[in-house]
Design a protein around this ligand. Structure first.
Ligand code: PHE
Ligand code: ZN
Length: 871
């Protein structure tokens, strides 16, 4: 059934208090929900009816105001209990049974590695007990949890009120959460867990106890997460004046989890991959991700929990905003330029392709069949870009004023994206209605910028925006596009310009484009003489658009070398590399000239003493196949992959002397001491091995065994696509070293799957028989199948369709156990719009086969959209 945003109706009843009793037994769990209901004054004169959602639950008892309802009179339907003719105020109590011990969906209450845990967002609570499972019903929960004493820890949200013995070898705990919350933020964890403990004193002096719970033996791996948590708490106070609001903050790490982590009030539940990390088991990139996810979930305490979503169409209200906040935190904590390059890479690799696909949707969707399918790069990453544009427009203080008003108006309630934008607008007395278009229109705008030549120290730019049609068929009106820009002279210095012949000059301007076309002249300050101005456009990626400009390769090299905007230095390199790869993939171009020019530019960058190693390293990251594809129709991912590898080899050749110098023992050891240095070293090692440097291969082979995971994994990755003995030796050494560590083994699976020389379908089948593989663990599925689809184009897009057929088989199997995961993992199979007819037909055949196998609602929504879009 399709749900529409326009169908929203307020709930007829509110829950003024909820009492849960959860009693866990080996073969079943008993759940009582006792709800105090009162008619919603804002609901108009609707009928006195109320829905308690329930899914896969067995109802045992139902009473209203303590009067038992006979079983034959239970108002049950497919969706749960439908109560009618209720008094204005009443107490409804239900007792039901659920089965965590056989729940493989990983939503609701389930078992992971011997511990019971919950995942309720978005609609998992209804798998635990009967309840009005919608985010605009917020209430105060009191929860009693009971289990066998073999499970010593009984956790839930809020404050621990009471513990004690229950009948025969059982015990209980009672938790009370004073903050009203929707059911999706409920959590409960029961298990034999170890705890790392610390504390944080808030700005106003509240002493908060911090607990991180992990499986036995893992406490030593929680230090980085704990440190990240404390720094996040401090940052939110400093930047937004937001303090934590309970005396206890708990994190639990679980090994079976569909997503990254979950912001349940006072009891965040994490995929263990994003908690357990030290420098021996996790790379610098992994550690960085742990930090940003810990921050993200913590930041949700205000943007998500204190102020939540009225309905699930508003998901970007909390997710776009919280991603924006965690990006700001990471930029402040590390380097702004590197962070922006990383964030834009992700946007281009994951979100732009979504906009071109059958599942395209605006950041605030208009309809859905299964809300689980809308936890997307569009809602998250593009949502963050939309907030970023408004924040940049308002300036730092203006955005802060807007946030302050948002909390003042809406604390403790469930609101819409319009409410958020209104708070930003009202607090700044400014009209933001144009930005509303970004919430309703799918698709990535194309921004065309052309120079109109008018000679002497004046430059005129013509801007044009167009919005391509998408599968979502949303309106395609011009939206406000802020274009941050500046100019460089021939020596690479910034040139101040003014927007009128005698206006005030500045090195940088923001042109806010409001219409389909826009023309703007820039006048170099008088006295500048006749200067050649190189435009630096869309600085810091000031809007989530595809930019097409008329710059020459020489001008891009100039920006790459000199721009004051580091994002644009990085992006100039991205464009140059993409141009070279595409020319080589489509025209059989030898690459020599392009690679020589790029090598020269990289050589200079390596020599720049003031530039961070981390930034230099990010400059070497060549655009991935999913980004390259977007510029071609038809696109051949296999040809692009090979051309990309050839560019890597050519750069390795062109820089061979300098790589050799960096790999010398003393220089190398110095680089190994910092995260930026390690990133740079790994980038150079990759190029060296790609160019078949014996020195690079030998160093990589030895570095596989380094105690530092960044160096070890960097070495295996460098070797991973070369058909050499060193690759096999390296991978098996890595395997043997880590075979008892399930999390590190995910890296091994991933590298095996991504290898162009090793990662064949036959090899993947073997990997899935490995003792460390677990078909019920999403991390393992992502490590083998996800990595194959995104990182091994040669075998996934194989000419004979074998990659697609294999994935289809796997997905049909997975769908029977975990529909969220099958629906997410099918996405690459639906992204065929730019492929040739042969590949399209094979992908369609794979999708049809899935469709015939009667997929879950989750998987069916995606597959049927793709079939419809391509038929
Ligand atoms: N709300 C979580 C986050 O973004 C993501 C999530 C969604 C986790 C659904 C689990 C299930 O932080
Ligand atoms: Zn989130």
């Amino acid at each position: 059934m399709l749900k529409l945003r326009s169908d929203y109706r307020p709930p007829a009843y509110l829950v003024t208090a909820a009492y849960l009793d959860i009693s866990i037994f080996d073969d079943q769990t008993l759940v009582t929900t006792r709800l105090e209901l009162t008619k919603n004054p804002d609901a108009g004169t609707g009928a006195n009816e109320m829905r308690l959602n329930g899914r896969d639950l067995e109802l045992k008892r139902l009473s209203i105001d303590n009067i038992e309802i006979a079983k034959d009179d239970w108002p049950l339907d497919d969706a749960g209990i439908h109560l009618t003719n209720l008094p204005e105020n009443c107490v409804v109590e239900s007792l039901s049974v659920c089965h965590p011990e056989t729940n493989t969906t990983l939503e609701g209450l389930y078992l992971s590695g011997g511990m019971y845990c919950t995942q309720c967002e978005p609609e998992g609570f209804r798998r635990i007990g009967f309840y009005p499972d919608r985010p605009d019903v917020m209430t105060i929960f009191t929860v009693r949890v009971e289990a066998d004493i073999a499970y010593p820890k009984l956790l839930s949200n809020g404050n621990l009120v009471e513990t004690g013995a229950a009948s025969e070898g059982r015990h209980f705990a009672i938790w009370h959460d004073p903050h009203p919350k929707p059911s999706y933020l409920f959590a409960c964890v029961v298990g034999d867990l170890e705890c790392a403990e610390d504390s944080f004193v808030t700005a106003s002096g509240r002493d908060v106890t911090l607990h991180i719970y992990v499986e036995k033996g893992n406490v030593g791996l929680t230090g980085h997460a704990m440190d990240s948590l404390k720094r996040s708490m401090k940052w939110d106070e400093d930047r937004f004046g937001l303090e934590y609001d309970l005396d206890l903050f708990q994190i639990v790490a679980v090994s079976h989890f569909n997503m990254g982590a979950m912001e349940n009030k006072g009891l965040n539940i994490f995929n263990s991959k994003f908690v357990l990390a030290d420098t021996n088991t996790a790379t610098d990139t992994d550690l960085h991700r742990v930090e940003s996810i810990v921050a993200h979930e913590y930041f949700h305490n205000w943007t998500g929990n204190r102020v939540t979503c009225r309905d699930w169409f508003q998901l970007t209200l909390k997710e776009g905003l919280t991603v924006y906040r965690d990006q700001c935190f990471s930029a402040d904590t590390h380097d702004e330029g590197v962070q922006r390059a990383d964030d834009v890479s992700l946007l281009r690799a994951a979100q732009f392709p979504e906009d071109r696909s059958p599942t395209a949707h605006p950041i605030r969707p208009e309809s859905y069949r299964e809300i689980n399918n809308f936890y997307t790069a569009t809602v998250y990453e593009k949502g963050a870009e939309v907030i970023r544009m408004m924040a940049a427009f308002l300036g730092r203080d203006g955005f802060r004023k807007g946030m302050d008003l948002y909390f003042k108006r809406h604390d403790g309630s469930a609101v819409t994206c319009d409410d958020f934008v209104a708070a930003l607008a009202d607090s700044n007395d400014i009209d933001l209605s144009g930005f509303a278009r970004w919430y309703e229109q799918a698709g990535t705008p194309h921004l065309l910028v052309k120079r109109v030549d008018d000679g002497k120290s004046t430059i005129t730019l013509d801007f044009e925006q167009t919005l391509p049609e998408t599968a979502a068929k949303t309106p395609r009106n011009p939206a406000p596009i802020p274009i941050r820009l500046g100019f460089l002279d021939a020596a690479g210095h910034p040139v101040a310009t003014s927007l009128t012949p005698d206006g005030v000059s500045a090195d940088e301007h923001v042109v806010l484009m409001q219409k389909a076309t826009h023309r703007q002249s820039f006048h170099a300050a008088s006295g500048a003489g006749d200067v050649a101005l190189t435009p630096s456009l869309l600085r810091n990626f000031s809007a989530p658009v595809v930019l097409a400009d008329d710059l020459s390769a020489a001008e891009r090299l100039h920006l790459m070398a000199h721009d004051t905007d580091r994002f644009n230095r990085w992006d100039a390199a991205q464009t140059l590399a993409a141009d070279a790869i595409i020319a080589a993939a489509t025209g059989g171009n030898s690459l020599d000239a392009d690679a020589a020019a790029l090598s020269g530019a990289y050589r200079n960058i390596l020599g720049e003493a003031d530039l961070l190693d981390a930034f230099k390293a990010s400059m070497f990251a060549l655009p991935g196949v999913s980004v390259l594809e977007s510029r071609l129709n038809p696109a051949d991912p296999v040809a692009l992959y090979h051309a990309r590898m050839r560019l890597q080899a050519a750069l390795g050749d062109g820089l061979s002397d300098i790589i050799a110098a960096y790999l010398k023992d003393d220089v190398r050891h110095a680089l190994q001491a910092s995260d930026g240095g390690r990133a740079l070293l790994n980038a150079l090692l990759m190029l060296g091995v790609a160019a078949s440097s014996k020195q690079a291969e030998d160093i990589a082979a030895a570095q596989v065994l380094d105690a530092n995971m960044t160096l070890s994994q960097g070495a295996v990755m460098a070797l991973n696509n070369s058909a050499s003995a060193a690759r096999d030796v390296g991978l098996s050494a890595f395997h043997d070293r880590w075979q008892d560590n399930p999390l590190v083994m995910e890296k091994w699976f991933q590298m095996e799957s991504m290898s162009v020389v090793g990662g064949t379908v036959a090899r993947l089948k073997t990997l899935m028989q490995h003792p460390s593989f677990d078909p019920n663990n999403p991390n393992k599925l992502r490590a083998v199948l996800g990595a194959f689809m995104s990182g091994n184009p040669v075998h996934f897009y194989a000419e004979d369709g074998s990659g697609f057929a294999f994935i289809a088989d796997c997905l049909i199997d997975i769908d029977g156990r975990n529909p969220q995961i099958s629906a997410r993992m099918v996405l690459p199979l639906t992204r065929m719009s730019a492929y040739d007819d042969g590949r399209k037909a094979q992908m369609m055949a794979a999708l049809r086969r899935i469709d015939k196998a009667k997929p879950s609602n989750d998987l069916a929504e995606i597959v049927e959209k793709a079939l419809a879009a391509n038929s």
